[in-house]
Design a binder for this molecule. Structure first.
Ligand SMILES: C[S@@+](CC[C@H](N)C(=O)[O-])C[C@H]1O[C@@H](n2cnc3c(N)ncnc32)[C@H](O)[C@@H]1O
Length: 237
């Protein structure tokens, strides 16, 4: 039986975990070649992972035509970071739009609000992400900033006074990070731009919701109804 980490939102898809786990075991037993994963990935990927990609794409599309870069706090393995770089390549090849990813590469930090996600989880090697960026030819449009955003984001933004964002993905999950970063990022959002909240209104990282309530108490937080996560976004008016 699956070990429950939560009692509310986490439970919604509990009935899917067993059969999906069996499907993953089946894939592992098949020794599927890399070419297949690369060229036929929609054959294998779970529909919930696919819906996350589609959701980020939909939000990106809403900001096409708004001036500013794309930002992200929490790169991890680069699933959303490299997705954004590829969207720029596909849809904005002649613009100067960039992706700026911020991560300390230490995984989930401790928090002042009790969380149900594991401290130290989501840890990834900075060098590996840098190499992936170079190998895919994104060094001129996707920038990785290794830093603790709680301590260093403010200084970084002060040093780069021109930086403006049209799309910003907050995906570190803790109260400390969202509380420190959201006011700074909000100020740099171009009206019409969108801040995406990965775990708004989710029991596993309640600090994110709490910080949004504190920093932007009147924000109209919306959802894309056909995706589970990100679970909130705010359009700057
Ligand atoms: C859930 S992962 C990001 C997932 C990624 N956006 C994706 O879609 O695959 C959270 C990331 O936030 C980073 N992080 C947590 N606290 C941080 C902090 N104080 N400063 C910078 N990065 C932080 C972690 O190192 C981790 O890589």
């Amino acid at each position: 039986m699956a070990q429950h980490k939560g009692s509310f939102e986490y439970m919604k898809f509990d009935d899917r975990r067993k059969s999906f786990g069996e499907y993953v075991d089946f894939l592992k037993s098949k020794d599927i070649p890399l070419d297949n994963w690369m060229e036929h990935f929609t054959c294998y990927i779970g529909h919930m992972s696919l819906s996350r990609v589609l959701g980020l794409y939909e939000l990106y599309k809403k900001t096409l035509g708004v001036s500013g870069h794309i930002g992200e706090i929490g790169i991890y393995k680069g699933a959303s970071f490299f997705l954004f770089a590829k969207l720029i390549k596909i849809f904005e090849s002649e613009s100067l739009t960039q992706v700026h990813g911020f991560d300390w590469f230490q995984g989930t930090g401790d928090d002042d609000i009790k969380m149900k996600i594991e401290q130290g989880g989501y840890k990834q090697s900075y060098d590996e992400i840098l190499e992936m960026n170079e190998k895919q030819g994104f060094s001129n449009l996707a920038f990785i900033h290794k830093m603790d955003v709680v301590e260093e984001l403010e200084g970084f933004l002060e040093e780069n006074l021109h930086l403006q964002f049209k799309l910003f993905f907050m995906d570190a999950g803790t109260h400390k990070v969202v509380k420190a970063a959201l006011p700074l990022i909000w100020e740099r959002m171009t009206p019409g731009g969108i801040v995406i909240l990965d775990q708004f209104n989710h029991e596993l990282s309640p600090g994110e919701t709490l910080a949004v309530r504190e920093v932007l108490p009147n924000a109209k937080v919306k959802i894309i109804p056909n995706i589970w996560m990100p679970s909130g976004y705010i359009i700057k008016e």
